[in-house]
Ligand binder design. Structure first.
Ligand SMILES: O=C(O)C(=O)[C@H](O)CO
Ligand SMILES: [Mg+2]
Length: 269
């Protein structure tokens, strides 16, 4: 069974944000992740992590004005200075939280700017950020996200596109964040894609589809995929990034259930 990280932007919303850390460890998670730590002082979050004995698996670079619909700054030609400052902010938080990797959301590009121009901005921003974060021993990740349901207009939507961009950036500090839920919607072929790109994958996330609920609801065979991750030697975190159907604690049966079911699968084979 891979090591699990609780995504506190989606799980445990029954609690105030800072109380979600204790809830996560009570439920059996070893680490946490979330969209944004920046609303809280870094030392306050660090104290919650330490008290709970949790690792900080990941968070995002500042994403812009989320409530206004922004989903990252990295492709926006008129926000390059802000993007660069945001990298410093993320490095400060990552160091305070002992976090070894951060995810850069590409963003939603203005419709009147050609994709090729957005990509040029993205590549240059990523090259800057990968270098700056590398100096602090923090890995940079990019995550393709589905633009069919969750983020219409999002710039980065597929594995091939992400790997091409990583190649163009040409840094040894830029990795893929592979969110199985998004990639099931956009392209499928999950197990083979992960295996083929294992050294380039820095983080994996899970949710059921359709609905983005618990991983044991829907069409994706997570018992098989978790077993596969163990067999191919994936050593990173698997982030539980889903919208619980009810109270978070009541839907956590998958955490123990998958270990047993995955073992049965391999015994049967
Ligand atoms: O939406 C997702 O899948 C993400 O992981 C983004 O980084 C938002 O947290
Ligand atoms: Mg994700």
């Amino acid at each position: 069974m891979p090591r699990l990280s609780a995504n506190l932007s989606m799980l445990f919303q029954e609690y105030d944000f800072l109380d979600r850390f204790d809830a996560a460890v009570r439920a059996g998670f070893e680490s946490v992740e979330y969209v944004s730590p920046y609303e809280y002082p870094a030392d306050e979050i660090a104290a919650r992590l330490e008290r709970a004995g949790l690792e900080q698996a990941l968070f995002n670079l500042p994403v812009g004005d989320w409530a206004a619909g922004e989903r990252g700054l990295a492709v926006l030609p008129d926000r390059i200075d802000e993007f660069r400052r945001s990298v410093d902010t993320a490095a400060h938080y990552a160091q305070a939280l002992g976090c070894r990797q951060v995810n850069c959301l590409a963003g939603i590009g203005p419709q009147d700017i050609a994709p090729a121009e957005l990509e040029t901005v993205f590549v240059e921003n990523l090259r800057y950020a990968a270098g700056r974060l590398g100096e602090a021993c923090i890995r940079l990740l990019i995550e393709p996200i589905n633009d069919r349901i969750d983020m219409p207009g999002f710039f980065l939507t597929g594995t091939r596109q992400a790997l091409d961009i990583i190649d163009k950036v040409d840094s040894d500090n830029l990795f893929l964040q592979y969110d199985i839920y998004h990639m099931q919607i956009m392209e499928g072929d999950i197990a083979r894609t992960i295996e083929a790109n294992l050294p380039r994958i820095g983080h994996i996330q899970v949710a059921g589809h359709p609905g983005r609920h618990e991983p044991d609801i829907g069409e994706i065979n997570y018992p098989f995929l978790f077993d596969h991750l163990d067999q191919i030697g994936y050593l990173g975190w698997v982030g539980a990034e889903y919208r619980p159907r009810g109270r978070t604690e009541e839907g956590l049966g998958w955490m123990s259930g998958f270990g047993g079911r995955a073992k049965e699968t391999s015994n049967a084979g």
